[in-house]
Each structure stands twice: as C-alpha cells, then as structure tokens.
Write a protein of this length. Structure first.
Length: 160
C-alpha cells in the first residue's frame, strides 16, 4: 500500500541489526565457494567432501540474506502525522502498533531506549529499544519524538 504523503513521515529501519546477518551471509557464501572448490579436487583425492555439501552453507546464506534485506529495507519505527508506528520483527503487518501523538504525555530519551509515557504520573507507557537503529540516527529519532511531544503537550505553569 503506497503512503499518501511520504514527505510527512520519518522512517527508521533496523539497518544496524542487519549487519551481523550480512556478515554471516558472506561467511556462508565463502564456505560454499570453498566446498565447491574442494569438491572439484575430489577426483584426485576421494577423501575430500562431495561438492553437494556446498548446498548446506548456500541455503543458510540465502536465508541470512533474506533476513538482512528485511532488516535493511523495512521500517522499525515510523513517525507520521498520526503518531508513532512501531513494527515488530515478526509479522510486522499484523502486529504493527500505532501510538497516537495525543496519547503521549511525556517522552524520555536515553542511549539505548526511548520511553513514551501515556499519563502524567509516568506509570504507563512503552519502551522502544534503539539498538536496531544505526547509532548516528538515534539522536535524530530522539530529537524528532521529543520535539513533537513538546509541541503537543501544553506547557505547565511554573512552580510557585
């Protein structure tokens, strides 16, 4: 489904989470190539493994590439005019959660988490882990959320 106004949203992907999958996929491809090369020498030395053994790391590499592509392409958090859209890793279309801006009363940003509070007492809310997001993008996400929440939250009178 195309987005009606993509210029009004900020999209943060799981690109940092994809890096280990890309590395493991590269290692699987290297193992596949090594087994194929070793398998071609089997006629000279029958003790070497058969080239069909290369299918195991090749299959694993394909699976890892699919996971890495999913993490790199698909959103983890989208800030839209409606609110904060949170997409879980498994079944994101089915389990997506939308937190409207009007529901957020206060937000806190740390190095590894952003907390969105739903009440003034800060007793209910949601924690968003920032580890899947690339490190340079984390301050941008924090600034965007904190700025939006500060703009929608009425300022409290100064203490007497």
């Amino acid at each position: 489904m195309p987005v009606a106004e993509p210029h009004k949203e900020l999209r943060f992907t799981r690109a940092r989470q994809a890096v280990p999958f890309w590395i493991a996929a590269a290692m699987g491809i290297a193992a596949t190539l090594a087994l194929v090369i070793i398998g071609t020498l089997r006629q000279e030395n029958p003790d070497l493994p058969h080239p069909l053994w290369a299918l195991l790391p090749a299959t694993l590499a394909v699976l890892l590439i699919r996971i890495a592509l999913r993490c790199t392409r698909h959103a983890y958090i989208i800030l839209s005019p409606l609110g904060v859209e949170i997409f879980p890793f498994f079944q994101p279309a089915k389990n997506m959660q939308l937190v409207p801006w009007a529901q957020i009363t206060h937000a806190e940003a740390g190095d590894h988490f952003i907390t969105l509070h739903f009440d003034a007492d800060q007793q209910s809310g949601i924690h968003l882990a920032l580890d899947p997001i690339p490190t340079p993008a984390r301050p941008l996400l924090a600034k965007a959320i904190l700025g939006r929440v500060a703009a929608t939250t009425p300022s409290s009178p100064p203490p007497a």
